[in-house]
Design a protein around this ligand. Structure first.
Ligand SMILES: [Ca+2]
Ligand SMILES: [Ca+2]
Ligand SMILES: [Ca+2]
Length: 283
């Protein structure tokens, strides 16, 4: 009797462990699927999907902090994690932002700084500090482990964080037994690698006079003409160039030049708006 009782008791606890493990694995799979769906959406649309803030599963316009739940309908994934609850989703409040269009996304990511202090910030318990991410996905895990504020948990003190508010940062892992949330994130460089910024190449580049005075130029091997400071000199396509002659009204002695390849590199490092300055800086 005693032995059967022990075996039965052991059987139940083994079953419980197996059930919990199955849920954990399913939850991790769901979050991974959600992350890949977000990246796929970004690849097609040139921006991150915005959070759902009214519970209909579709993305909404948002102010900063840009936080809500996963827009599961737009992402074409199941609405809930393995514990039958929605996933919290916040995207970057970087000033240029990742939620508008391909050009803005690429400009933001080109200047990406994980130490910027932009939300959402994320920490691993025990690591020296938090870092900025492009997006964070938070599952509350199996329960309200800290007994406050629903299934999203908070861990106080240095190296801690708060998955209820995301302030001062979200927390991804903690040895504390008052924490069982599961957090995945998309870093700026993760997102850049999935975003088709190369598609933004311009067919031609505007070259503007930024030399501080009227100067003489020849564009695309054309005639000599004076252009005032702050005005457009010409657009140059592949193989095109603008040659500067300073104050030489006969365009005899060249002072400097810019070609389409140089303009492309300058603009890509800048704002990708297909316009650059004659001096070599981005416009
Ligand atoms: Ca919505
Ligand atoms: Ca929890
Ligand atoms: Ca530019």
């Amino acid at each position: 009797m005693v032995i059967i009782g022990l075996l039965t008791g052991g059987g139940i606890s083994i079953l419980k462990v197996l059930t919990e493990r199955k849920a954990r694995n399913e939850n991790a799979d769901y979050l991974q699927q959600a992350k890949e769906a977000v990246l796929g959406f970004a690849n097609i649309n040139g921006r991150l999907p915005r959070p759902d803030t009214n519970g209909d599963g579709q993305e909404d316009a948002c102010a900063n902090p840009c936080v809500g739940s996963l827009p599961f309908i737009n992402l074409n994934i199941a609405p809930n994690d393995a514990y039958q609850r929605g996933v919290k989703y916040e995207i970057s409040d970087n000033p240029e932002n990742l939620r508008t269009d391909l050009r803005t996304t690429c400009n933001t990511l080109s200047a990406w700084n994980p130490a910027s202090g932009n939300r959402p910030l994320l920490i691993e318990s025990g690591s020296p500090g938090s870092f900025a991410v492009a997006a964070v996905l938070v599952s509350g895990g199996p329960m309200d482990a800290d007994g406050a504020g629903g299934t999203f948990d908070a861990v106080a003190g240095a190296g801690g964080g708060n998955n209820i508010t995301g302030t001062p940062n979200y927390i991804r892992s903690s040895p504390a037994d008052t924490f069982d949330d599961v957090v995945v994130y998309i870093g700026g460089y993760d997102l850049y690698s999935k975003t088709d910024c190369a598609a933004l190449k311009c067919s031609a580049y505007e070259v503007w006079n930024d030399l501080g005075a009227p100067n003489y130029f020849k564009a695309n091997a054309g005639g000599c003409s004076q252009v005032v400071n702050g005005a457009l000199i010409s657009s140059i396509g592949p193989g095109g160039s603008v040659i500067g002659y300073g104050s030489d009204a006969s365009c005899t002695t060249m002072t400097a030049s810019i070609n389409a390849a140089t303009a492309a590199g300058t603009d890509t490092a800048g704002d990708r708006d297909c316009a650059v300055n004659f001096s070599g800086s981005d416009r």
